[in-house]
Design a protein around this ligand. Sequence first.
Ligand code: FMN
Length: 225
Amino acid sequence: MDRRDFIKFVSVGAATLYLSGCGLPSARKKSDKHEVSAQESISGGKQMKIVVINSSPHSEDRSTSRYLAKRFVDGAQSAGHEVFVFDAANEETHPCRGCDQCGMDGDCIFNDAIQTKLMPRMLEADLLVLVTPLYYFGMSAQLKTIVDRFYARTTKLSGKKSLLMATAWNTADWTMEALDNHYETLVRYMSWQSVGKVLATGCGTRSMVESSEFGDVAFKIGASL
Ligand SMILES: Cc1cc2nc3c(=O)[nH]c(=O)nc-3n(C[C@H](O)[C@H](O)[C@H](O)COP(=O)(O)O)c2cc1C
């Protein structure tokens, strides 16, 4: 295996941390450095409302990105946070038509699952978690559909905390570059506070992601919020 596999885990206000070619023990050791006390934690010790947006068309038991999401959710729930999971690949969703009926702060013309189920949860959420398989070096169309629909409530969705989790087959160190840049641009535009990224390269199948260190990292981020 190409040992350039890496975990990229960014904590709020902390420098980007690359764990190069590490096995689980070293991932644990490095991640431990990011564990913070209750007062210093992202939630400040309060229960957070978290919305996780899955976007893989693969089933729960086959998907690599859903596996990471599940590990994160397990961690977050173990710390007492409230989690709502939205399945962008299987719910009824429509891409933004750019009609501007919403006026960037109103109802969308589509009264679909994004409007009725997801948007109310996102509006009250503290943390939005974007989860995607890497598709042609960007996010899946299923996730992009959701992101474009942010348009209807751009201002009200600004200022939230965010987290990105992605899985990919490739292991080159530039594999996640375009997705990462897009996410960082989104964070900047939306005035979000990014609490981390799990960019799981070399995780093209369920067995690959399950035997990687990324699942533990996802759990730890959730548990240490
Ligand atoms: C349409 C499509 C495009 C893909 N594009 C990439 C890519 O650009 N780079 C990459 O490393 N893997 C790519 N892959 C592989 C997936 O990202 C990888 O298998 C991932 O683990 C799938 O996650 P999932 O099981 O959660 O859907 C692609 C797969 C598909 C189906």
